[in-house]
Unconditional design. Structure first.
Length: 98
């Protein structure tokens, strides 16, 4: 199987064409600057590849469910698309295993 991958950093999305693949899913736990959780959740939810993002209570301000074609793209996606958003201080990513 052969895949063609195009990552468009400027447009907030990636494209995987061809072949059969099973995407990798992960929960991204996000710490935000004070008072920015709702705005960050809204911005994260707009990023293609994010299935859901919610402002929460507890040690993390926002939790997002994301999908990517593989672990390398997932890492790049989190660093470029989520960590780069205004109000994001740090993230912790937990990959779904079942």
């Amino acid at each position: 199987m052969q895949f063609i991958l195009e990552i468009r950093r400027d447009l907030k999305y990636f494209i995987l064409k061809g072949g059969d693949h099973m995407p990798i899913s992960a929960y991204v736990f996000i710490e935000c600057t004070a008072g920015s959780a709702r705005d960050v959740a809204k911005e994260v939810a707009r990023v293609q590849g994010v299935k859901r993002a919610n402002a929460t209570t507890g040690p993390y301000d926002v939790i997002a469910l994301v999908e990517a074609p593989d672990i390398n793209i997932l890492g790049d996606f989190i660093v470029t698309k989520i960590q780069g958003l205004p109000g994001v201080l740090r993230t912790q990513t937990n990959v779904v295993v079942d």
